[in-house]
Ligand binder design. Structure first.
Ligand code: DGL
Length: 280
């Protein structure tokens, strides 16, 4: 599994709850975080490089534990790699079923809300409620630094939540895997009557389902382990990972070939179109 940084650990925790016997390899692309404001073509390249790295390590499935990378890269990843590839997207469908006021707020990165995939999601489920879309620049960076309660995330969230709460949103969708680590602060600012939805558990159930279908679930006699990799500064990343997971983490730096932003696209992908942009 991978994310632009430490945010996907919120998904890793849910996968660990659901699948205690699986070995999990987690790549934090910290050198290139945040993805939320990067060109789509760049995110696709990073997704391919990291998936190739994971394949070299013998994985049987890949979880794109990042809404932004899912929106940018899940289609070309699935076209290229013949294995279960599970993505994540804002939990709009459960949100429209949950809201009592009929107003739902979505917090996500700028790239996610600008994507075709997000437009499709709104087309499918957005008409069943009033949906307020709030891009949140800077918020994932707070989590990357391990700043979950300080003045910066407090000020950003107060600004981003205000218009949603003023318009009576009672259900908030966390459309970025970094944000579940901010749930205590979000709940404090939004108040106890607001429901916060994190799609992490649904991703974990979907992974279980896909592995079951493929006959690839790990046996119950195996204790699942975890390996962590980063493209960024290992000490700083490991410190934040320990803080978020509340346990020790040993971190390995990705091989150089997989750290740069420009690793391969095969010739057949050079002309693949993503979100209207030509890549390659
Ligand atoms: N955690 C990511 C997501 O789910 C991306 C945050 C970022 O790198 O901007 O969208």
């Amino acid at each position: 599994m991978f994310d632009s940084g430490v945010g996907g650990l919120s998904v890793l925790q849910r996968i660990r709850d659901e699948l205690p016997h699986e070995n999990l390899l987690y790549v934090a692309d910290s050198e290139h975080a945040p993805y939320g404001n990067k060109p789509v073509e760049f995110i696709v390249r990073r997704a391919f490089a990291i998936t190739e790295f994971l394949l070299e390590r013998g994985v049987k499935a890949v979880v794109v534990a990042c809404n932004t990378a899912t929106a940018a890269a899940i289609a070309p990843l699935r076209a290229r790699f013949d294995m279960p590839i599970i993505g994540i997207e804002p939990a709009l469908k459960p949100a429209v079923a949950t809201t009592r006021t009929g107003v739902v707020g979505i917090l996500a990165t700028g790239n996610t809300v600008a994507s075709n995939k997000f437009a499709d999601l709104l087309d499918h489920h957005g008409h069943q409620a009033r949906v307020l879309v709030q891009p949140c620049p800077g918020l994932a960076d707070c989590v990357e630094r391990g700043d979950l309660h300080g003045p910066r995330p407090h000020a950003l969230l107060a600004r981003y939540l205000q218009p949603l709460l003023e318009q009576n949103a009672d259900t908030l969708v966390l459309g970025c895997t970094h944000y579940p680590f901010l749930i205590p602060l979000i709940q404090q600012l939004a108040g106890p009557n607001v429901t916060i939805l994190d799609p992490g558990p649904a991703v974990a159930r979907q992974l279980r389902h896909r592995l079951e279908m493929a006959g690839k679930l790990a046996g119950e006699n195996v204790a699942g382990g975890e390996c962590y990799f980063t493209s960024g500064a290992p000490e700083r990343t490991a410190k934040v990972m320990r803080q978020l997971l509340n346990r020790s983490v040993t971190l390995t730096v990705l091989p150089k070939h997989f750290r740069s932003g420009t690793v391969f696209l095969g010739p057949e992908l050079a002309l693949h179109r993503v979100a209207g942009h030509e890549i390659g």
